[in-house]
Design a protein around this ligand. Structure first.
Ligand code: SF4
Length: 217
């Protein structure tokens, strides 16, 4: 059984999200500010998580999103993220790292799952590829923690994301910050902030296959 299939089984057997409770416990235990590498997929998903996390961490964003197709969309989402960071820079200083993009490698890696419905194997693989890149960077740059904002999205499964994060923590020896940013009113706060900021909201998740499905609607 490969890692994607075994993860799907693990998650199906597990109880539903206690991840937000674990997040609260973890941040309450911190005695000082820690260095956090935060994977961010786009501006709109980062709005509330950044404000929440800035209370506890010195944040560096890692914009590793080889999934986003076409390149003009990748640039557009990055531009909106940069615009948001500029808006909050006086109150929340956040560093942004933009690694080289390898969109063709990403497509090769997920193509065998191209016919899966959104939210299944293709997406688990996609979360894992991007989170692994973040962990590699966090390891080589001596971060205390690594996590992703993706759990804020109603379209992404927080269970898969957190179980992947726990595996990567073991592999790289960097603490994974468990989260479910939707909880505790997170999704409402994120939506409210977004509507005030007037950020660009994409109409599809990101990859070529989600783009094609969106075009068919
Ligand atoms: S639908 Fe979204 S999460 Fe799933 S593979 Fe495509 S970009 Fe990744």
């Amino acid at each position: 059984m490969n890692i994607v299939s075994s993860l799907l089984v693990t998650v199906c057997l597990s109880t539903m999200s206690k991840y937000h409770q674990e997040f609260k416990k973890e941040v309450a235990s911190l005695e000082d500010r820690k260095k956090l590498l935060l994977h961010v997929c786009c501006g709109p998903c980062s709005v509330y998580p950044l404000i929440l996390l800035d209370k506890y961490f010195d944040i560096t964003i890692y914009y590793t999103n080889d999934n986003i197709y076409p390149n003009s969309e990748y640039q557009k989402r990055l531009g909106e993220l940069e615009r948001y960071l500029k808006m909050i820079e006086d109150e929340h200083y956040v560093k942004l790292v933009i690694p080289e993009s390898h969109q063709e490698d990403f497509l090769k890696a997920i193509s065998k799952y191209k016919d899966d419905k959104e939210g299944y194997r293709r997406c688990v693989k996609c979360y894992g590829l991007r989170m692994r890149e973040a962990f590699k960077y966090a390891k080589s740059h001596h971060f205390d923690y690594c996590t992703t904002v993706m759990s804020i999205s109603n379209h992404k499964n927080a269970n898969y994301i957190n179980e992947l994060g726990k595996k990567l923590e073991q592999e790289y020896g960097i603490k994974f910050l468990i989260s479910d940013f939707k909880k505790d009113g997170g999704i409402e706060k994120n939506n409210e902030l977004n509507s005030k900021l007037d950020l660009y909201h994409q109409s599809y998740c990101g990859c070529l296959y989600s783009y094609i499905n969106n075009e068919k609607k």
